[in-house]
Design a protein around this ligand. Structure first.
Ligand code: ATP
Length: 346
């Protein structure tokens, strides 16, 4: 485990009469990239603001590099914050915006750091441009460069790509992750886009109504979700009703599978079937009827009805189209069986 850079300990934040953050604990090691995902209003931004010192903690602690940040004003915390609203100075050039962020440092050092930052963010040729002469993606890079100017220990990113189109978002996200890794910067990104979170982060947290439901690696979140909410938030899937048999296996319309958690025989469960858990196999005796299809590029996402009437979604390669009403063979391929007792859905 790397040395800890950020630790939240039972952090709670109240905004007016709302508990926006409720008892959140998480840890991020030096140089790690973290991400908080969750539906709108679940408290993601408020956590970043509390770390930056822009909202007081009602209880709990924020530690950065082991140091308790309680009582430190925002400007004395070793963090840099990039918002969706970039707030560049419109009447200053790119270099001027960076220079402003470096005020107080000797002139020669400022000039050197500006050169470094421009090179790092690929803005070398644009130093004399004004913000309105830049594309959205270039403005976003200036905002990141400006935040890095003070060499913060921790970079906080609040939906920094939200205003950009999908291909540019992807490119900037990759660039930003690479820049952070190259410089050993620790960063915490907030987004409602789970794909973005998975692509960016070493550790992710799923939030709901102010609580952190799970804080884990991407693989663990996807394959070993802590509860049904996390399971649904991190990926597509349908729940199939099932029951735990005498030998502890889940019995369901797709067959019998060992669950990842031990559950008592006789327990009623629901088992999550993700679209890539079911393969198309015309030779299989297990038949399903096609009830719908949606084009997904390399694959087709089929809505399939099982013999007992339950439905699943399955992603098959798109070279052979199945027709609505057609019956075809399928084969489950569940490497990680995600099943929760019925009461977990209450
Ligand atoms: P989004 O993805 O929509 O930006 P979020 O997860 O970042 O949402 P927050 O902005 O942290 O959520 O808000 C958390 C909760 O606090 C929300 O329920 C919001 O309505 C509430 N809230 C935000 N600001 C205030 C305020 N000034 N007074 C009272 N409640 C507030």
């Amino acid at each position: 485990m790397r040395p800890l850079l950020l630790a939240l300990e039972e952090l709670s934040v109240r905004l007016g009469d709302t508990w926006a953050v409720r008892g959140v604990s998480l840890e991020l090691g030096e140089g790690e990239l973290g991400c908080l995902v969750g539906p709108s209003g679940c408290g993601k931004t408020t956590i970043l603001r509390a770390i930056a010192g822009l909202e007081p903690a009602a209880s709990g602690r924020v530690r950065i590099g082991g140091q308790d940040q309680a009582g430190l004003p925002p400007e004395r915390r070793p963090v840099g914050l990039v918002f969706q609203d970039l707030a560049l100075f419109p009447h200053r050039t790119v270099a001027g915006n960076l220079d402003f962020a470096l005020h107080g440092l000797p002139r020669a050092e400022r000039r050197e750091r500006i050169r470094e930052l421009l090179a790092l963010t690929g803005l070398g040729d644009l130093a004399e441009r004004y913000p309105h002469e830049l594309s959205g993606g270039q403005q976003q890079r200036v905002a990141v460069a400006r935040t890095l100017a003070r060499r913060p220990a921790l970079l906080l990113l609040d939906e920094p790509f939200a205003a950009l189109d999908a291909p540019l978002r992807r490119r900037l996200r990759e660039e930003l992750a690479a820049t952070c890794r190259r410089l050993g910067i620790t960063a915490l990104l907030v987004t409602h886009d789970r794909e973005e979170g998975f692509a960016f982060a070493d550790r992710l947290g799923v939030m709901r109504e102010g609580r952190l439901e799970q804080w884990d690696g991407p693989y663990e979140l996807y394959h070993r979700p802590a509860n049904p909410f996390v399971a649904e938030f991190v990926g597509e899937g349908r729940w199939l009703p099932g029951r735990i048999g005498h030998d502890g296996a889940v019995e369901c319309p797709l067959g019998r599978f060992p669950p990842s958690l031990p559950l008592a025989p006789g327990t009623a469960v629901r088992l999550l079937v993700r679209p890539d858990d079911v393969l198309h196999d015309p030779a299989s005796p297990l038949l399903a009827t096609v009830r719908g299809a949606a084009f997904r590029g390399a694959g087709m996402l089929y809505e399939l009805e099982l013999p007992d009437g339950a439905r699943i979604a399955a992603l098959f390669p798109s070279h052979r189209r199945l027709q609505p009403g057609e019956r075809t063979g399928i084969r489950p391929d569940l490497a990680h069986v995600i099943a929760f007792p019925e009461e977990a859905f209450a």
